[in-house]
Every structure is written in structure tokens, then in C-alpha cells.
Design a protein around this ligand. Structure first.
Ligand code: MRU
Length: 367
């Protein structure tokens, strides 16, 4: 996608084939910074400390991390496996991360050590290209949902979409999942407007989704997380589209904390709630989503402190809670399939149930 007229992906390797580059999302929307990573340790830190975040993006970075691991392991399968585990443990909820690392391990382990580095780099590039392509296809499959809503309205009226967190291009290699249909509709001339949940505690919506939409010229408005239900009751939302960090074969969706509330409010108001995902976010082996999906619990400091620019333009971090009160900070929740109208995937749109998902992804039912 474009930043100041230049096209970027979120993760890439340079021509010298020594470094991995990332857009360091911690500085957005105030500055656009690129960070260079040369080791598995710095890659793991970048994922754990959220220099990059978003399920697809951390999967792609982990794939490049496995290229660095293949170099650092110098032929030792034991060290390779230790480094792979170190990457997987950085962020437990998003399935894409372990999926990418496991795919890299399968590629590497079938080869002799002198081929590890070149093969894992080629495979990381395939994973990044696939991620971008799948998101673009999600856009094409989601577009008819938005054009059908528009067809029911007076021509000048915008399709009102609500989204939570950032499942935009920053959360993937490119395009995004929830935003891909929005970008596709906007480029096709369908008038859209996006309600952007601020997404406490880290404000990925207010900082990242809003920045992305602005760069693409997509009309949008930032709202407090608690405003969505009210807007839905007043017919100001036509459709909700979110991303997901992990979706089970039954269609239950783990996504950024607060998604479940939005799905409940949408269900109560008869508003279609869609989840957009590439197949790398499916967890085919999970049977009991509430018990089995690991929900990341993050540092309470994310709730206690907020970062922002003061009126003079300087960045500051300020405490926004009663000092010394205990804080609980679960980063994700699970939305049950019954609240979800459909899944928008790279192979098409399906219902959030086992039969419909297996129909599109028969390989999942064989796991
Ligand atoms: O904690 P994050 O920012 O890595 O969480 C991931 C997300 O951005 C959201 O949950 C998103 O909707 C799914 S990622 C495509």
C-alpha cells in the first residue's frame, strides 16, 4: 500500500540479503520509521514488544526470522528448533505465527544444511507474497457484500462499516484482511465510510487503522470503543468487518479484546458481522475455543499509561489510572460462531460453521 505516494510492504529483506526490514509501528501515526533486523533475537523482540503486530504481519516476520535462524543455527537441528520455539513463544494467540514457523521448519528439515539459508529465504518470500495475495483475494470476495449494501441505498449514501483494532495492511504483508474489501470498494467507486474503534488499551484503531485509511483517502471517523452499540441502535452501521488472530474449524473467532461485545451488539441489532481472514489464521485442531485458545495477557502498563502527542507536539506517556490499583489486561477474546454472519477468506465467503468452512478448505478437516 502507499505511504506518501511510495509503495510499501510491512516486512521485506534487502538486496544484500543480510537484513530484514520492518515498518516500526510503534511510531505511527506520528513518524514513519523503518527498523533493520539482523538476528533472531532482535526479530523476537520486534514481535514480542510489538514493533510490528497483527496476525499476518507477525507470521510473515517470523518466517523471515526463521531465515535468520537457519543462518544462526549453522547446521544444528537442535539450535534451529530452540530458535523456532523462541519465535513461537513471543505472541501465543495469533495462529499465523506458529503456522509460518512450522512451515519453515518443514521446508528446512527436508534439506541438507548448506541449503537451509537460501531455501528458508525463498520460503519466507513465498509466505509474504501469499499473505499479500490472499488478502487481495479477500478484498475481491468481500467487495460484493459492500456493493450489495450500496445497491439498497440512495446512490449518494455511503456504506457504513464498523471495524475494531487494526486488521489493515499493517497487520499483514499488504492489503489487510478486514480492510481489503473496504479498499477494493473504495477503489471501485463505492462510497464507504468507516467507524474506527479506538481499541484500548493500545489504540491500534485510532493510531494505525485511521492512519492507513487516511493514506488511502477512505472517509472514516474514530469512535470510542463504547460507542459502537449506540451507533448500531441508531442505524448508523450497515456492516461490521473485523479481522481475527485465530479461527477454529467450527468458526469461533479469537480477535482483539472487545470484538465479542461488538458481535453481541451487532447480533442484537440485526447487523451482519463478518470476519475476514486468510487460511493461515485457521486453527484446525482446536475443538474448545474458550478453553484451548491461548489468550495473551499483556502488561498492565498498557492500560495504566497512554502515549500521545501533547498540545506542543511532543510525544509523552502519561498515567491515566489510579496509581497502584491492580490491572488485568487480556489482549484477545473469543466470539462464538453463532454471532458471526460469515467469514471472508481468500477462497470466498462462507458461513461460520464446520460444514461451510470444510467445503472451502477440505484440507482443514483432514488435520
Ligand atoms: O495485539 P495485536 O495488535 O497484534 O492484535 C491483532 C490485531 O490487530 C487484531 O486482533 C486484528 O483484528 C487481527 S490481526 C489481523
Amino acid at each position: 500500500m502507499r505511504v506518501d505516494g511510495q509503495t510499501y510492504r510491512t516486512v521485506w529483506s534487502d538486496d544484500s540479503r543480510r537484513l530484514v526490514h520492518i515498518i516500526d509501528q510503534r511510531h505511527l501515526p506520528w513518524s514513519f520509521c523503518i527498523e533493520n533486523l539482523a538476528t533472531v533475537e532482535s526479530t523476537a523482540t520486534a514481535i514480542r514488544d510489538m514493533h510490528v503486530r497483527g496476525a499476518g504481519c507477525i507470521g510473515v516476520l517470523a518466517a523471515y526470522g526463521m531465515w535468520l535462524a537457519a543462518r544462526e543455527a549453522q547446521g544444528s537441528k537442535e539450535l534451529l528448533s530452540t530458535l523456532a520455539n523462541a519465535l513461537i513463544e513471543t505472541r501465543p494467540t495469533a495462529r499465523n505465527l506458529a503456522w509460518a514457523v512450522e512451515r519453515q521448519l518443514a521446508t528446512i528439515s527436508s534439506l541438507s544444511p548448506q541449503d537451509w539459508e537460501s531455501a528458508s529465504l525463498a520460503s519466507a518470500e513465498s509466505i509474504a507474497n501469499e499473505d499479500a495475495l490472499w488478502c487481495e483475494q479477500i478484498g475481491q470476495h468481500g467487495l460484493p457484500l459492500l456493493s450489495a449494501i450500496h445497491a439498497e441505498k440512495p446512490t449518494e449514501e455511503r456504506v457504513q462499516i464498523l471495524t475494531h483494532c487494526n486488521a489493515g495492511w499493517l497487520a499483514f504483508a499488504d492489503w489487510g484482511s478486514a480492510t481489503a474489501p473496504i479498499y477494493a470498494a473504495h477503489r471501485a467507486g463505492i462510497p464507504v465510510h468507516v467507524w474506527v474503534d479506538e481499541t484500548r488499551p493500545r489504540n491500534q484503531g485510532a493510531r494505525l487503522t485511521a492512519w492507513e485509511l487516511q493514506n488511502e483517502g477512505v472517509p472514516h471517523t474514530i469512535i470510542a470503543d463504547n460507542a459502537g452499540g449506540h451507533l448500531m441502535q441508531h442505524e448508523m452501521v450497515d456492516i461490521v468487518i473485523t479481522g481475527t488472530d485465530r479461527t477454529t474449524g467450527k468458526g469461533d473467532v479469537a480477535n482483539k479484546i472487545g470484538t465479542y461485545h461488538k458481535a453481541l451488539a451487532a447480533f442484537d441489532n440485526g447487523i451482519p458481522f463478518y470476519v475476514a481472514l486468510p487460511s493461515s489464521s485457521f486453527d484446525w485442531s482446536c475443538e474448545d475455543s474458550l478453553r484451548e485458545i491461548p489468550i495473551e495477557e499483556r502488561d498492565g502498563a498498557e492500560i495504566a499509561y497512554m502515549e500521545g502527542r501533547n498540545r506542543e507536539g511532543a510525544l509523552e506517556e502519561i498515567q491515566v489510572v489510579n496509581p497502584n490499583s491492580p490491572i488485568l489486561n487480556p489482549a484477545f477474546d473469543v466470539t462464538p460462531a453463532r454471532l458471526i454472519k460469515g467469514l471472508i477468506t481468500e477462497r470466498g465467503v462462507c458461513k461460520a460453521d464446520r460444514a461451510s468452512i470444510s467445503n472451502l478448505f477440505p484440507e482443514g478437516s483432514r488435520v
